[in-house]
Design a protein around this ligand. Structure first.
Ligand SMILES: [Zn+2]
Length: 163
């Protein structure tokens, strides 16, 4: 039937438009992740450059704007997200939960940081699962953002203070 054929091709076209829209949205999300993770990575390098600090950094974002607690003048950050150069430890996750932040995006996996510091173990997954179940979205950034974040540990090798 002619009608159904044209309906089918129309639906097919709509599906491909939809696919395009989805991949554009995914690309925009990845670009946003990269922008904030790159700032967190800068903070990580700065912490090492200052001396006495370890290579970790984070930025807090509200919408497309980078903010900080003192700038906002409050500790309720429920409308903010945190971008961290590295997967947060359980203590940081606890503080993130207290601040009511709903989304955590990190660059490097904790295992990479632990290995760089000479440890063979890292954050127990149970902690991550616990905080995810309590309603916080926790995920690793993809692609280039993860790469530049993991590179921090190579570039600061030997300057990681474990004592
Ligand atoms: Zn921590």
């Amino acid at each position: 039937m002619e009608a159904s054929t044209s309906t089918r091709s129309l639906l097919k076209k709509r599906a491909s438009d939809w696919d395009l829209a989805l991949s554009a949205a995914a690309a925009a999300g990845q670009e946003r992740d990269y922008r904030f993770i790159a700032k967190a990575v800068d903070e990580a390098y700065r912490a090492v450059e200052c001396g006495g600090g370890n290579p970790f950094g984070a930025v807090i974002a509200r919408g497309d704007e980078e903010v900080a607690c003192n700038k906002l003048g409050r500790i309720d950050l429920s409308d903010c997200e945190i971008y961290a150069s590295c997967q947060p430890c359980p203590m940081c996750l606890r503080l993130i939960r207290l601040s009511k932040i709903k989304k955590v995006v990190y660059g490097a996996k904790a295992q990479v940081a632990a290995a760089a510091a000479g440890f063979s173990s890292s954050i127990p997954d149970a902690f991550v699962e616990y905080y995810q179940k309590s309603g916080i979205e926790i995920r690793q950034a993809e692609g280039e953002a993860a790469r530049i974040a993991e590179e921090v540990f190579e570039k600061t090798e030997g300057r990681f203070q474990t004592k």
